[in-house]
Write a protein that binds this ligand. Structure first.
Ligand SMILES: [Zn+2]
Length: 219
């Protein structure tokens, strides 16, 4: 997804992302590994018996004799395009992920929903809500930025000013968050947190003065 900022011609395994050092390079897993899984041991406890790239850094073996358990015809086989790109809206992506969670027995779908909401959607919405009210304004024509609206009410070049953070991007995840939190019956505390965020958004975007109501609302 990200555009490369630096291109390098010589790869030093010590300089790459540490996550990539966690790859095990055994030709087959020892019995101790499977026994440890039955006891739900922490991966750190059997670190020493699993030959990993991390332990080879600095030696000649950091480049060669990597074992693997499943062969392939072509190392570049696999999806040519990520589902993250082919699925258009965030709702599509979320539903696809939850469908996977539902059919994989080892995955607790409710826990996936809980994590996505508390680690991703809620912080995003709270952050955007804050940046909406402390945002700067930008001129559509000359690109000048203002921390406050000039007294003229428009840019000094005469053009109109526009927001840099829009209502739409603040509310982006609200509907999907509400939908899946109800569908998966999340705990009351999380539901209340979502409710509070929704209230804050209403308070920010809906004017209390301009309220459309029918005569029957008073009866
Ligand atoms: Zn301007």
């Amino acid at each position: 997804m990200d555009a490369p900022l630096v291109l390098t011609t010589r790869l030093d395994p010590n300089e790459i992302d540490k996550e990539a050092h966690n790859i095990d390079v055994l030709w087959e897993y020892p019995l101790e590994f499977y026994l440890a899984t039955l006891e739900y041991k922490h991966p750190k406890e059997i670190d020493s018996i699993m030959d990993q790239v991390a332990g080879r850094i600095g030696s000649a073996l950091q480049y060669e004799s990597f074992g693997y358990t499943h062969d392939t015809r072509d190392i570049s086989e696999g999806p040519g395009e990520s589902a993250y790109k082919t699925l258009e809206t965030m709702i599509d992506k979320m539903n696809a992920q939850l469908e996977l969670a539902r059919i994989i027995r080892a995955v607790d779908a409710k826990d996936v929903v809980y994590r996505v909401i508390t680690k991703h959607f809620l912080p995003d919405m709270i952050g955007n809500l804050k940046s909406f009210s402390s945002q700067s304004l930008r001129c559509t024509k000359c690109g000048a930025k203002y921390r406050r609206i000039p007294l003229k009410g428009r840019c000094y070049c005469g053009n109109n000013l526009t927001l840099t953070v829009h209502e739409k991007s603040v509310k982006k995840y609200l509907e999907i968050t509400k939908e899946i939190s109800e569908k998966f019956d999340l705990d009351a505390y999380t539901q209340q947190r979502i409710g509070i965020v929704e209230e804050s958004m209403k308070s920010l975007f809906q004017s209390d003065k301009v309220k459309k109501c029918k005569l029957t609302d008073f009866m």
